[in-house]
Design a protein around this ligand. Structure first.
Ligand code: ZN
Length: 462
């Protein structure tokens, strides 16, 4: 029997992203979890006496999870570049302006590396801004040991209001970690392996770079950029295969930066040789970016091997014009989301924050409309996905990548009460309406972490 103390009856237009029950009028939340969803009358019947109904105008959906957000680096940048009272919109604009000014600008301007205190301050600064965009979770896709220490300390101090999956980055190829054996030794110093942790902070697969950046002509392509220039290969296929096998043996999954067709194919070869789908899937191995000419065969293999496609429409938005100058019409299908979905791959959407646009309203818009920076007409509309498909990839798809398909990404009995209140319905609105949506409230584990009403009231008090 439920007790009244921690119970809440939340009433609104609920869009669950759960195929078994796509809509509900109300949800009963006990502590951090949803205990029941359904018709209001049904839930009233099981709600303890004395619980006051909380009615929300708007549409309640699962909280957004950015499957590729360098959140801690975003926080460090925010600490240095943002005024104290800056809102999420300003945050977003300042991050992008900084990237435009110098794409290789350092995240931290101090003479010495950021200290643990700086990292904690960075996380405290950035999380409320992300909540204001509807985020309840992120996967941080390249976490150094120092960054991991920052996340772990923030968690210990109960300062993580967002749920984080941290992907350790052994910085393979740097002077301190020149080769695979050094990378493996470094990984051995980390307490835990892929999947370890709790609902607030969990270790993801490790981050490895297979090729370079598409915008710089460094993506490793099967068909060359020009003459015999296929791009940059940072690891040989043999080295990668050895790394993959050694990691899997230790319990580490791999999330691999692979932009171009040949990189994608060779990464799949290496993973395929390392372990079967029954092992790779649970480790949530990822192809990261995979936006330039991935072959239909690679997409099918990715689906069959249980390797997640972690894709960022924001990068396509930023790079499309430059890629078209280099590759002509070859760049039109850049970031082929439609093909990935049709191939049956698990699509986890993200942004590559703070270096590319990371407001989900904008990123979903790019996925659905294929409007790219500096280009008047939509680019490769046949690769568009619907608003709902994009929202599902930002919730269910990203939750799977975050080891949380049984606790997040949907609103369902037993799941964590991570949700966002919007003023539009993503199951029926246009992409323009979604792009203009207002985030009204965000809750993580049944705790309010953003409330537009309160925030506006506070702003007026100032
Ligand atoms: Zn990244």
């Amino acid at each position: 029997m439920l007790s009244g103390a921690d119970t809440r009856l939340i009433v609104g237009s609920i869009r669950t992203m759960d195929d078994d029950r796509p809509e509900a009028e109300a949800m009963l939340v006990l502590g951090e979890r949803i205990v029941a969803l359904g018709a209001l009358d049904e839930l009233r019947a099981v709600t303890p006496d004395g619980v006051v109904e909380e009615r929300f105008d708007g549409v309640i959906v699962p909280g957004f999870i950015d499957a590729h957000s360098h959140m801690q680096r975003a926080g460090l940048k925010a600490l240095q570049l943002l005024d104290d009272g800056a809102d999420a919109e300003t945050f977003s604009a300042v991050m992008l302006a900084d990237g435009d000014a110098d794409p290789d600008a350092p995240d931290w301007l101090g003479d010495t590396p950021p200290r643990l205190d700086d990292r904690l301050a960075a996380l405290s600064r950035v999380q409320p801004l992300l909540h204001a965009m509807g985020f309840t979770g992120v996967i941080d896709p390249a976490v150094t040991l120092d960054e991991l220490a920052g996340y772990r300390e923030a968690h210990r101090l109960s300062q993580l209001t967002l749920r984080v999956v941290a992907m350790p980055w052994p910085q393979l190829g740097s002077p301190h970690v020149p080769d695979i054996d050094a990378a493996l030794r470094l990984l051995d110093t980390i307490e835990g392996v892929t999947g370890d942790g709790d609902d607030r902070l969990r270790l993801g697969p490790i981050k490895v770079y297979y090729d370079g950046e598409g915008m710089k002509g460094q993506a490793l392509l099967e068909r060359p950029w020009s003459s015999d220039d296929h791009g940059v290969q940072r690891l040989s296929a043999d080295e990668f295969a050895r790394l993959a096998a050694s990691c899997v043996e230790r319990g580490w999954g791999l999330g691999v930066h692979a932009v171009g067709s040949r990189a994608v194919e060779q990464v799949l070869d290496g993973l395929d040789a390392a372990a079967p789908a029954s092992v790779l899937g649970p480790l949530r191995c990822q192809l990261i970016h995979a936006y330039l000419e991935p072959s239909p065969e690679s997409m099918r293999r990715s689906a069959a091997l249980g390797v997640i496609a972690s894709l960022q429409p924001s990068i396509a938005w930023n790079n499309a014009a430059g890629l078209m100058r280099r590759l002509g019409d070859r760049a039109v299908p850049v970031n082929p989301l439609r093909d990935w979905l049709d191939a049956g791959a698990t699509l986890a959407l993200g942004s590559d924050a703070p270096y590319f646009p990371f407001d989900p309203r904008q990123v979903v818009g790019v996925a659905a409309e294929r409007r790219m920076r500096g280009i008047a007409e939509p680019v490769g509309l046949e690769q568009a996905i619907t608003v709902l498909e994009a929202v599902r990839a930002y919730t269910r798809g990203a939750a799977y990548a975050a080891f949380a398909e049984n606790s997040r990404g949907m609103l369902r009995a037993g799941f964590l009460a991570d949700w966002v209140l919007l003023d539009v319905d993503p199951t029926s609105c246009t992409s323009a309406e979604f792009a203009a949506a207002r985030v009204l409230r965000t809750e993580v584990g049944g705790v309010s972490v953003f409330d537009a009403v309160t925030t506006n009231r506070n702003a007026q008090d100032l």
